[in-house]
Design a protein around this ligand. Structure first.
Ligand code: UDX
Length: 435
């Protein structure tokens, strides 16, 4: 089997590499010549644990290669995956599909024999129909099927999520395409991974419904956390107490500063727009989007309140800038609103993140001081704020923190420390949903 993967972002690069690990010949294509050059030198354009080793071993085995030449990659491929970005369209929040359609046109021109064209990018319901039309219009002669095969991998654990998924979803009405897809995922059949075959439209909706449900679950526990603070309860015990009910499930009940990242904010908003346009509004999801946006903005206020009502002229140490640990991704990170709010309130922010500093510099306001390590953020600071739960922050030495800060104050937006221990050490310690 041979496939072409169009787009070497998170989804494309990880999926392409993992398919080659399954023993399939994979050519990854990107328009960005610099990215392809870097990949030839085994330099990853993204930070993802284990990815460089997996790329190197599959390139070495001759199953994985990189090119800017889409035509050559598509020619003779059994399947072509579209894994380009679908960002939020400016102004209306709909998914911007211009990259998807541009890829479809280029693929159409290069088709050579029966080919399955697979949308792996997260695309709104009906996009498969549109992609089919675009290709048919350019190549009335071509033999092809368009299949939906959404990707559920998480940044930071992307390889494991791809190689050992909870399930694979494949949307197609064509028996011929179904056979090709079964062959591509043969390895997962062997380890008895459930494969959900359904219609193309249903498959497209499954991806949005999944992400939206998870975003809703997080937002629910975040609001319960606020309630815990108001009534004197512990959100972790609530999460455990409800999560042990198999109908609810334990995962995605960790409270925090609000969800971020490249998927949840954009996908929840896109689904809200699709639902409204279809005359079946999703009022719960509309509320989730509004509550989460507001929550991220309110985090700066929490810090200001903890500091006695003003941070003007004060130093605030901020640890963790990426939207979650083990990534360099800053997209829609809660740190963006938090730092902007603190700077607007007159604070000097001293920040550190193990992987996200380069991206952070592009997105955070001027005047933020970027430090070389965790402790370097702390001298003279009025408070230490933990925004992302990198493991390195769990291991910090409390007595050293205390000796560096101007006031022994820790605002832990990810609940990485134990309240009783922190108070015993003499900290004014505040976390989320615990008193
Ligand atoms: C998500 C989906 O999990 C994945 O299936 C989909 O393919 C892409 O979107 P990702 O964005 O990589 O993956 O990160 P994820 O681990 O899901 O976290 C998303 C956000 O939710 C982060 O900001 C994280 O901090 C937050 N989160 C997650 C919580 O606040 N609490 C939780 O319990 C879980």
């Amino acid at each position: 089997m041979r496939i072409a993967m169009i787009g070497t972002g998170y989804v494309g690069l990880v999926s392409g590499t993992c398919f080659s690990e399954f023993g399939i010949d994979v050519v990854c294509v990107d328009k960005d010549a610099r990215k392809i050059e870097l990949l030839h030198d085994n330099v990853m354009p993204i930070f993802e644990p284990g990815l460089d080793e997996l790329v190197a071993s599959n390139v070495e085995a001759g199953r994985l290669s990189f090119t800017t030449d889409l035509k050559a990659a598509v020619k003779g491929a059994d399947a072509v995956f579209i894994a380009v970005g679908t960002p939020s369209r400016r102004g209306d929040g709909h998914a911007d599909l211009s990259f998807v359609f541009a890829a479809a046109e280029e693929i159409a021109d290069a088709l050579d024999g029966y080919t399955v064209i697979v949308t792996k990018s997260t695309v709104p319901v009906g996009t498969g129909d549109e992609v089919e039309k675009v290709i048919r219009a350019r190549r009335p002669d071509a033999e092809f099927d368009v299949v939906s095969n959404p990707e559920f991998l998480r940044e930071g654990s992307a390889i494991n999520d791809f190689l050992r998924p909870d399930r694979v979803v494949i949307g197609t009405e064509s028996e011929r395409a179904r056979k090709v897809m079964k062959q591509l995922y043969r390895v997962l059949y062997l380890i008895e991974t459930p494969i959900v075959f359904t219609s193309r439209r249903t498959s497209e909706l499954i991806k949005y419904a999944g992400n939206t449900f998870l975003a809703t679950k997080i937002t629910f526990i975040n609001e319960i956390a606020d309630l815990c603070e108001a009534v004197g309860a512990d959100v972790h015990d609530v999460a455990r107490g409800i999560g042990l009910d198999g109908r609810i499930g334990k995962k995605f009940l960790h409270p925090g500063p609000g969800y971020g990242g490249s998927c949840f904010p954009k996908d929840t908003l896109a689904l809200v727009r699709t639902a409204r346009d279809s005359g079946a509004p999703l009022r719960i999801v509309e509320t989730v989007v509004a509550v989460n946006d507001e929550r991220k903005k309110k985090m700066a206020e929490r810090v200001v309140t903890a500091c006695g009502g003003s941070v003007a002229g004060k130093i605030i140490a901020v640890l963790g800038l990426t939207f979650k640990p083990n990534t360099d991704d800053m997209r829609d990170s809660p740190a963006i609103d938090l730092v902007a709010g603190l700077v607007a309130a007159g604070a000097t922010v001293r920040a550190f993140d193990p992987e996200g500093m380069d991206e952070a510099k592009k997105l955070l306001p001027d005047g933020v001081v970027y430090c070389d390590d965790s402790y370097a953020t702390m001298p003279g600071a009025e408070a230490l704020v933990i925004v992302t739960e990198w493991n390195a922050f769990r291991a910090l030495d409390p007595s050293r923190i205390k000796s560096l800060l101007a006031a022994p104050r820790v605002i832990d937006l990810r609940n990485v420390y134990e309240p009783a221990e922190m108070r015993d050490q003499g900290f004014d310690y505040r976390s989320i949903g615990r008193v």
